[in-house]
Design a binder for this molecule. Structure first.
Ligand code: SF4
Length: 177
């Protein structure tokens, strides 16, 4: 019997206290889906920023000049923390590690924390540290997408679940009643 394909999930969404301020980002609305995936052994957790060598807690960082992850990969934008330190290298390294982990597990779908400069998939902060958001994705999300992995967020968990079913990942797993 073949092992069902797995799904990459941001560690902070799973309750791991790895965010910049040392806390997690549990998402109650998606708890049932996450728990079902967890019980089925489908989840592979990752925190790209920690994987890239950044400490927890750490200063918050944003992609400068309202740019997105692709611009960082093209060396058109940098990731800078609120002390002014350039943390681009750590973000790139963490994203590469996230992709390597996904590829080791044959992963085709990721659910990553929205609004993060690493994990955001539809929305990120604009680089001014004023709380303003812009449409775009983070460094890890962009890298995963560039390599063919579909990226969802905690706000689109149900879509990710449907996509998993569509590609046959959890065809043998019971749906919740
Ligand atoms: Fe969560 Fe991603 Fe930020 Fe890590 S890098 S704390 S997984 S949003």
């Amino acid at each position: 019997m073949s092992t069902p394909p797995r799904i990459l999930v941001s560690s902070c969404l799973l309750g791991h206290p790895v965010r910049y301020h040392g806390r997690a980002a549990p998402f109650e609305a998606g708890a049932a889906i996450l728990e079902r995936w967890r019980a089925a052994g489908l989840i592979v957790p990752i925190c790209p920023e920690v994987a890239g060598g950044l400490p927890t807690p750490r200063p918050p960082a944003e992609i400068a000049r309202a740019a997105g992850g692709d611009a960082v990969w093209q060396q058109l934008a940098r990731v800078v923390d609120d002390t002014g330190a350039d943390v681009t290298a750590a973000f790139l390294d963490g994203a590469r590690q996230a992709l390597a982990l996904a590829q080791r597990h044959g992963i085709r779908i990721a659910v990553l924390k929205e609004d993060s400069p690493s994990c955001g998939s539809a929305s990120i902060y604009d680089g001014t540290f004023t709380g303003r958001k812009v449409a775009g994705d983070g460094v890890a999300a962009a890298w995963l997408r560039r390599h063919g992995i579909e990226v969802f967020s905690e706000h689109t968990l149900a879509d990710a679940d449907a996509r998993l079913r569509a590609i046959g990942s959890i065809g043998s797993i019971e749906s919740p009643r």
